[in-house]
Design a binder for this molecule. Structure first.
Ligand SMILES: Cc1ncc(COP(=O)(O)O)c(C=O)c1O
Length: 407
């Protein structure tokens, strides 16, 4: 089919309508810039929703992929493979983890984590210990188990009977957790910063309190770092700044820096409950994915890059403040590292989409997190110069929305 026949309207003809993509179709990227079919240029502050941590078409990642592509693409888990073992070794050497399970998406990594927690509890304490505690506004993926653990029932309603025994509580409310948790709880699952739920940071007291209560009740602390992991908050993983050691951490998104891969990280004694045949996936640990992720791991696990994330956070915050001084649109800017949310004030309630669409008109790609939050999750190596250019475009977009509002 010639390029000219592939348009956004084709999406409506041939794709399941569960997404509502923009009209423009990106065809090419380089670093933090993207071009569409008409060669319009955009600055990308989305990084594919916190995925392309090193920007588009990073030459070293392209090399890693093409080199592996000449060797072996897929062998299944009947065999192991060198890129998977190499990546697992790097993860074990640089985190709390002693064992790694590879999957293909964040949801699958969390599915594995929840199943592991249930299995550990079943093996050690019997079937009554099966309660999972999760939090409102949390997001853990779209498999039926993970979406039910997520904190918005509207995402899990309407699909028939839900996986049972999942309790939801207010995030950052330690007293509520203390009241709810019991010896029947097998796991507490949470994000160290709720991304999709509105870019809500955790308090260190809550993180440490969850750890202590999980210890008290022999429950696993599962930290969903699908969005925060791999440098996003300025640490390799966000838990590293919280003074806790979780039992399980899940990673995806930036792990492959744009190539689909996910991982569940855990300890040897827990991993031992996933005996041969108890869990699995065809594609998990795929050599192409692991070759790219191995190279991405080396590039992201670099103190200079991680320090840069913190410095770029300040630069973006400074510009958001300046924009707000002029136009009074944000109530607060929250988040950590390069996962930042600008929360709209009362006057612009529920209008995040308008800012998002007007930004795209200005050649700037940003994200929303719910109806009230503009979310920024650029590549971790975006240049300061490009941030400055992006903020000029954002300023223009904000100005246009504010003017439309007052017309
Ligand atoms: C914290 C968190 N967990 C899990 C997921 C699900 O990941 P995936 O879409 O790769 O299944 C997401 C996706 O946005 C996420 O942000």
């Amino acid at each position: 089919m010639p390029h000219s026949e592939i348009t956004r309207s084709l999406f409506d003809q041939v794709m399941v309508p569960n997404y509502a993509p923009l009209d423009m179709i990106p065809v090419r990227g380089e670093g933090s810039r993207l071009w569409d079919q008409k060669d319009n240029e955009y600055i990308d502050l989305t990084a594919g929703i916190a995925v392309n941590a090193l920007g588009h078409a990073h030459p070293e990642l392209v090399n890693a992929l093409t080199e592996q592509a000449q060797k072996v693409w897929h062998v299944s888990n009947i065999y192991t493979n060198e890129p998977a073992l190499g990546l697992a070794q790097k993860i074990v050497d640089n985190t709390f983890a002693e064992k790694v399970f590879f999957a293909n998406s964040g949801a699958e990594a969390n599915e594995a984590a929840l199943k592991l927690a249930r299995r550990v509890a079943f093996d050690k304490y019997g079937e009554d210990k099966s309660e999972i505690i999760a939090f409102y506004q949390g997001f853990h993926g779209r498999t039926f188990f993970t979406v039910t653990a997520g904190g918005q029932s509207s995402y899990s309603d309407g699909f028939g009977p839900k996986p049972a025994n999942i309790t939801h509580l207010e995030y950052n409310d330690l007293a509520a957790l203390e009241k709810a948790i019991s010896d029947k709880t097998c796991a507490v699952i949470l994000e160290p910063l709720q991304g999709e739920g509105g870019v809500l940071p955790i308090t260190p007291e809550f993180a440490q309190g969850v750890r202590a209560l999980c210890d008290k009740h022999n429950a696993l602390m599962i930290l969903d770092e699908v969005q925060t992991g791999m440098g996003r908050t300025g640490e390799l993983f966000a838990y590293m700044a919280l003074d806790i050691v979780p039992d399980v951490v899940t990673s995806a998104k930036a792990l492959g820096a744009g190539f689909p891969i996910a991982a569940m990280l855990t300890k040897t004694d827990l991993a031992a409950h996933f005996v041969v045949g108890s869990h699995g996936t065809t594609f998990g640990g795929n050599p192409l994915a692991c070759a790219v992720a191995g190279k991405a791991f080396d590039l992201i696990n670099d103190q200079k890059l991680l320090d840069g994330v913190k410095q770029k956070e300040q630069l973006i915050r400074k510009h958001l403040q300046l924009i707000n001084d002029e136009f009074s649109v944000f109530k607060e800017v929250r988040g950590k590292g390069l996962l930042l949310g600008a929360v709209l004030n009362e006057q612009y309630q529920d209008q995040a989409k308008a800012f998002f669409l007007e930004s795209a008109q200005q050649g700037l790609l940003v994200l929303v997190a719910g109806a009230n939050v503009l979310r920024f999750a650029p590549a971790l190596n975006i240049s300061d110069d490009l941030i400055e250019q992006a903020m000029l475009k954002l300023k223009q977009a904000v100005k246009n929305v504010v003017n439309q509002d007052t017309e």
